[in-house]
Design a protein around this ligand. Sequence first.
Ligand code: ADP
Ligand code: MG
Ligand code: ZN
Length: 490
Amino acid sequence: MDFEFEAVIGLEVHCQLATHTKIFCSCRARLSDETTVANIQVNSNTCPICAGHPGTLPVLNRKVVEYGIRVGLATHCQINQSPVFARKNYFYPDLPKGYQITQFDQPLCENGWLLVENGDVSRTVRIQRIHLEEDAGKSVHRTGFSLVNLNRAGVPLIEIVSEPDMETPQEAGAYLRTLHSLVVYLEISDGNMQEGNFRCDANVSVMRHGSSQLGIRTEIKNLNSFRFIEKAIEYEISRQVEVIRSGVGVIQETRGYDSSKNSTFPMRSKEQAHDYRYFPDPDLLPVKIDSDWIEKIRHSLPELPDQKRARLMNVLGLSLSDAELLISSKFLVEFFDEVVQKSLLVGVELQCFSKAAANWMLSEVMRLRKEDNIELWQSQLRAFHIVDLVRLVQKQSLSHIQAKQVICIAWKTGQDVSSIVDQEGLKQWNDLSLLEPLMDEVIRDFPRQVAEYRAGKDKLLGFFIGRVMKKTNGMANPPLLGELLRKKLM
Ligand code: ADP
Ligand code: MG
Ligand code: ZN
């Protein structure tokens, strides 16, 4: 950005938890019924509790607390063993009770951190707090009137609040991607950003370089795409720098982001900010969380992205970039892990096999995925295909070109590798009696190259191998040909 100013960014992330039922009642936590996704049945998943009828009592969903603890442990937070639910009072048509149940001064988790890799720079971003709360309903605005759908009211959320530890839009983007992949790996949220199930408010301020006092911040509300978050922050930083330069100064306010104009606009200022009058919800006792339960949850945590990356690199010998690419999709890396697991049953050299398998998955499989525009799990390809294929290539029974053909067929039909090889006549040509005459032909047809080779131009060996390969339609085994040709040309 600017040489004179530096930016300070802190993020508040709302993430919808993927529990079956809502946080304080037994209604299904689904916005629409799966049977009528296109035609949402409004207000179908509601009851007197989540519809806010007076006199009803909330009952806490244990799963929500467990999911919150999972995220807390994965982000190195302290788990508060008696968190308190509080009422946050405000009026809005989609909030029938007149208050939201959330956590205030005693949240579930506090004082954690997340390691964020942004290119070559890695940074520890501190997590201030993670608390549990209920979502509100949804207003649907039509011309002349509005409707309220309470299917979302009472759906569980966690809010994850960072310390103002980030300095660039890219770093904020990297933090969010890391956090997003964490909640997906933890299986506590579907992380669907289009539907707003993982959304973020970005707090941004700027200050002169080296200053020890943070500048006045603005908060950009409800950003729900990684790209827009980075763009919104970038815009907001340059806007604030300009406002400060012009002598006016930044005012503390809440702003929105308009992606079509790529700019932020004011929504409400500090003076208009609500006084929520938080107080402990008398209908809910402080939650008691015993240490045994926390330990049980700790032991049940799956392998997380950082640990996966380290294992892929240190145990399986993959490069950082291959490991990153695999990890970028939970399904992809789980598929890869299944390939490696299956390969252990048939006895392979682990690192050598893993590297080859990763190569096939990141090149051919990704290419097929793009070409057919479907996900890996929608194809017919299974882990055993990759295991068989890599072994045949390593035994040199299948050439690279043939292996590509096999993957392509397995992707579409799901047939066994061995039956594809038989059916397509893909046995590699290792038969000397067939290769001999072809090599002789090549040596006869290119006397000049033969002379040069014999005079010391070793590089030409590849030329001869290529010529013979062509005569076999790519079916021969190049290393074997190399050996044979070298002897013949001596
Ligand atoms: P509020 O409850 O009004 O949103 P908080 O004090 O809880 O206020 O802070 C919310 C977020 O703002 C946190 O993520 C924090 O890191 C961030 N933040 C606080 N001060 C600044 C600042 N000067 N610049 C940028 N972000 C800030
Ligand atoms: Mg805030
Ligand atoms: Zn309900």
